[in-house]
Design a protein around this ligand. Structure first.
Ligand SMILES: [Zn+2]
Length: 303
């Protein structure tokens, strides 16, 4: 899969903040990075860290030894935590503190990245407060989180918060211009993670065609909808997401038909129910009828 990283970088507004990274003295010591998807956050962080260590004039060059070491994870003074998406436990929080207070081994700077920071409990976040108040001058700390809601206000107030935004479909077409993935882009909701997820699914085109027919009000028969969801029930969340994203991209392109709004609301609601409810089967049984009703909604009976 070939993507144009140079084009991608230019499409990230928050990068401008870090063009100052060429002068480390101007950087803040503590950032929280949020928004966008995981792929975008990783690219952004790699850019920032490479900028700090790169020896080239044009930072980051992504070619010099220092840039290489960031890309292949062998810079001993860049330390990552929280990569496995599991709860970050007390021992790991203590390890984070220890790492922060230990001087760099090889360089003048040290970077500590904590991914999935939303998985740190409130109690454990409190343990970090003191060190965040008086960070040693050699360290830059980056907390990465897909939700600010789970981060204590006392932590947030000490950080510089960088919020990344999703790409437009136009941006994505440019970034992926060497790849055949226009359909994946159309239902990606601006997220590169989604494009990879759809490319990896061998039934994607079937789901896309089905979702497109729904979103073009082709009035699919209820029995066909039931049969479709029965056949592909292992991917039910993915199918709902594709319908939702296609409906939303049509709405944002100015097609405000009531059935599209209804399809978008119904799929959002069903996805939430599937995520929060223990008894998934009951919800799965309702989905075809809910989709059928939404697709056939007209002005009279919507919203
Ligand atoms: Zn470099």
């Amino acid at each position: 899969m070939e993507i144009d990283v140079d084009v991608l970088i230019k499409k990230i507004p928050a990068i401008n903040v870090f063009n100052r990274a060429k002068n480390i003295a101007l950087l803040s010591q503590f950032y929280i990075i949020t928004g966008g998807d995981e792929y975008l956050r990783n690219i952004f962080i790699e850019y920032v860290i490479s900028s700090i260590f790169c020896k080239d004039q044009e930072k980051p060059c992504r070619k010099c030894l220092e840039c290489q070491k960031i890309m292949n994870g062998t810079n001993v003074d860049v330390v990552y935590f929280g990569n496995d998406k599991e709860n970050i436990k007390k021992e790991q929080v203590q390890k984070i503190i220890e790492t922060v207070i230990t001087k760099p081994f090889e360089y003048n700077e040290k970077i500590v990245v904590v991914n999935n920071f939303e998985n740190v409990s409130e109690n454990n976040q409190n343990l970090l407060l003191k060190i965040l108040e008086e960070l040693p001058t050699y360290v830059i700390v980056l907390f990465v989180s897909d939700s600010m809601l789970k981060i204590l206000p006392t932590i947030q107030s000490r950080a510089r918060i960088i919020t990344l935004t999703n790409f437009t479909n136009e941006d994505l077409r440019e970034i992926f211009r060497n790849e055949n993935c226009l359909k994946q882009i159309e239902c990606s909701n601006g997220k590169i993670n989604n494009i990879y997820k759809f490319l990896a699914n061998k039934n994607f085109t079937k789901y896309y065609d089905f979702a497109t027919r729904l979103c073009e009000a082709k009035h699919i028969d209820l029995l066909e909808i039931i049969a479709f969801f029965e056949e592909y029930k292992n991917d039910i969340e993915l199918i709902l997401e594709i319908i939702q994203n296609i409906a939303e991209s049509k709405i944002s392109a100015g097609l405000n038909q009531s059935y599209l709004i209804k399809l978008s609301k119904t799929t959002t609601k069903q996805i939430n129910l599937l995520n929060t409810n223990i008894n998934k089967n009951i919800i799965i049984d309702q989905i075809p009828v809910m989709i059928y009703r939404s697709e056939n909604a007209n002005i009279r009976d919507t919203i």
